[in-house]
Design a protein around this ligand. Structure first.
Ligand code: DX5
Ligand code: ZN
Length: 228
């Protein structure tokens, strides 16, 4: 059975208390932390830079998944590799050839991931499959937290799971226990979750456990459907 991983996304945390947010995720037994980097060009929003990755790196032992929503990952990847990313996710729609960037990420001993926007077909990642440790399907249009999960992405997740059976498949955007379960059934195994986990009530641990249970059930159901 594939491993399920749930990573809280720092974008939904209180920006004035990022260290506390890192510790909260660790205390809640999260499987890592997701950090969203936006350049105001690839997406119409600005978020964090390498200093936040450095801060997370020195605050927690959790693996750091860094998501570059930037037009030129070829210019910017190195700063995030230096800052301590464990996984670096770039977009296939970015304005450069992904191959040399993915190669450089791996050369530095970091996991390399390629991300697909909701409307980008699964086939776009296939030329790069040998260079990839993870494929991320956006389940919202990137740029903002708190958006509604797009069910129309599910067939693409199913197609990727069939074509790349051994690949780590992650999903990002609009996830709660129900939408994440639908993604798990389709074949996703890593869940990047912002606003549903960073609630004002601060009950991350209970929510994480609830999501994990839902995902295990959904994953088993999805697998038996695919095999049956
Ligand atoms: C959106 C980001 C996501 C975001 C998800 O562009 O890539 O990682 O934090 O937030 P929620 O879970 O609130 O949709
Ligand atoms: Zn993200």
């Amino acid at each position: 059975m594939r491993d399920i991983k749930i990573l809280p996304s720092l974008l939904a945390a209180d920006m004035g208390r990022l260290e506390e947010a890192c510790r909260q995720a660790e205390a809640a037994s999260a499987d890592g932390l997701h950090i969203d980097i936006m350049d105001g060009h690839f997406v119409p929003n600005l978020s964090m830079g390498p200093d936040v990755v450095r801060l997370a790196r020195r605050t927690t032992k959790l693996p750091l998944s860094v998501h570059l929503m930037v037009s030129r990952p070829d210019w910017l990847a190195d700063a995030f590799l230096q800052a301590g990313a464990d996984t670096l996710l770039i977009h296939v729609e970015a304005r450069c050839d992904p191959a040399p960037v993915l190669q450089e990420i791996r050369r530095q001993g970091v996991r390399a991931g390629l991300t697909l926007n909701p409307e980008t077909p699964a086939a776009a990642v296939l030329p790069y499959r040998e260079l990839l440790d993870e494929v991320l399907c956006m389940t919202v249009h990137p740029g903002f937290g708190g958006q509604v999960f797009l069910d129309e992405v599910l067939p693409k997740i199913r197609a990727l799971r069939e074509t790349l059976p051994g690949m780590v498949l992650s999903v990002d955007g609009g996830l709660n226990d129900e939408t994440a379960a639908r993604a798990a059934e389709a074949g996703a195994d890593v869940f990047l979750v912002g606003s549903w986990l960073f609630t004002p009530e601060g009950d991350m641990s209970a929510r994480l456990q609830k999501m994990r249970t839902c995902l295990q059930v959904a994953l088993a159901r999805g697998r038996s459907e695919r095999e049956g």
